[in-house]
Design a protein around this ligand. Sequence first.
Ligand SMILES: *Cc1c(COP(=O)(O)O)cnc(C)c1O
Length: 379
Amino acid sequence: MKFNTKIIHGGQKIDPAYGSVMPPIYQTSTYAQSTPGGHKGYEYSRTHNPTRNALENAFASIENGNYGLAFGSGLAAIDAILKLLEPGDEVISTSDLYGGSYRLFTNIYKKFGIKFHFIGMENAINIENYINDNTKLIWVETPTNPMMNIIDVKATATIAKKYNVLLAVDNTFATPYLQRPLDLGADIVMHSATKYIGGHSDLVMGALIVRDKDLADRLYFIQNASGAICGPQDSFLALRGIKTLHVRMQRHCENGKAVAEYLANHPKIESVYWPGFKDHPNHDIAKTQMDDFGGMVSFVTKGNNYDEAIKIVENLKIFTLAESLGGVESLAGHPASMTHASIPKEAREKTGVVDALIRLSVGIEDKEDLIADLEQAIG
Ligand SMILES: *Cc1c(COP(=O)(O)O)cnc(C)c1O
């Protein structure tokens, strides 16, 4: 099955009860048993729920995995991966990463004895310098948030395999439409399904996808034992969202390109971060591992003025000033005061998240309207 067909049908079955084309929302916590243990594969909805299972099968299919797991949020999915570790284990992570992941790593898992190395991974060779016998996980986000750095997943997977370390890739920004990390050698793909997968800014959800049965079993155990699952209603919404992922992403990419090029030619803009530019430092890797460049664009105005950046995001009318990304509607964010406020100023500036950085999640509206909105806001 090709990707666009998998998006609609992957892992899906017509409901056996009445032939409903979409899986029903099985809004139930429990399932009748004819005799103790005599059930139809479902006992209790923390463990299994038919609507969630339909979604988990779709996750597995679109990422070319064998097993999918759905969680109550992206962070709950990341949390489940970290629960594979033990005190004394070490993690090598991208330095420029989603603020919530950084907060989970440093404020929660550090105190349980896990050691984190936050490093630049634009050159994969650098990762090897931090590997020792305690290294158990490499955590990659690409493109990174919000600097749009690109990490070579294939080269990182080669290193991970050489040292027998798990490689997890946060594929939230790219989505499987643009990039399939399992095909590139990663062990675990993670999504904040809140973003492009759901695609309509109407739910919060996380996903994990793996190929290996043993790894899947360990993660299913954690999913059930810790219990950070999503409900059937949200599972239904995410499934509905997935069915248009390919057409949405096509337009996100087209509009993202138009906005990035407009900003790059604007006299008041100092820099624009978008992996589709030929002079992006890792453009060649982006071109190899991604099928297009996505709808996320960040930029900095000349003079790097904090107040000016705030004024621009306040002046936008079609772009909504809001956290999050990946919905059909365009959003603008100011990382220094919003998504990355939990990262100390010094640490965030080191990775390029300066005071005037603005991040755009370019939606699927008419691109001329989006550019006109930026024009009036930037002045
Ligand atoms: C939003 C996001 C997360 C966290 O997901 P939630 O669904 O908000 O918990 C993780 N990684 C990236 C790249 C994100 O954008």
